[in-house]
Design a binder for this molecule. Structure first.
Ligand code: ZN
Length: 192
């Protein structure tokens, strides 16, 4: 079987541990986080044990996102207070992962709900952004991935109909990887 001994989330999959389940299909399970950021906070997990992000089977990882979409819409359509939704995935201890069975947080948001992200939204020079892009591209190019539409060997900052990025102010910045709420971990311990 796929269960990993002593993994609490595997125990939930196998019903050895109790939880309030809201979704189950052949690939994923979703249940209520017992330390919710807001009421309605759900964890979506692969039923086959994996630890982080990249060891989830691709089909299952895709399914997790599809289920998160469906749950987010259900939250918005429910009686719960839900003006918006955040997804949060912690891959590794440095990213504040606390339970080492892959899990995707899905939780309702509304103004003044107490959730904050402590981060330095500093702008970067174009040179710095390009250097970062090249560091990632070097690996993707090695593996033949990632430029299906733009073609290989092109500039990382092509002259095309992409508006220039604002260099400061994060109200117009694209989404950045989220950190945990300040002073509060995203605890993900299921009910024992
Ligand atoms: Zn597990």
């Amino acid at each position: 079987m796929t269960e990993k001994p002593d993994c609490i989330f595997c125990g939930i999959v196998d019903r050895h541990a109790g939880s309030d389940i809201v979704w189950e299909d052949k690939l994923v399970l979703a249940f209520m986080d017992i330390n919710p950021v807001t009421d309605g906070h759900v964890l979506v997990i692969p039923k086959v044990h994996s630890v982080g992000l990249t060891d989830i089977a691709p089909e299952t990882a895709g399914r997790m996102m599809t289920v998160a979409q469906r749950l987010a819409q259900a939250m918005k359509d429910s009686d719960l207070r839900c003006d918006g939704v955040n997804l949060f995935f912690a891959d590794g201890e440095a990213a504040f992962q606390e339970v080492f069975h892959s899990h995707l947080h899905v939780f309702p948001r509304f103004p003044d709900d107490g959730f904050t992200i402590g981060a330095h939204w500093d702008g970067r020079s174009n040179e710095s952004l390009t250097a970062s892009a090249l560091a990632i591209r070097a690996v993707l190019d090695r593996d033949g991935d990632g430029l299906e539409l733009t073609g290989r060997g092109g500039e990382t900052r092509p002259e095309r109909d992409v508006p220039p990025r604002p260099r400061s102010g994060h109200s117009t910045s694209p989404p950045r990887p989220a950190g945990p709420p300040a002073g509060r971990g995203l605890a993900a311990n299921p009910r024992p």
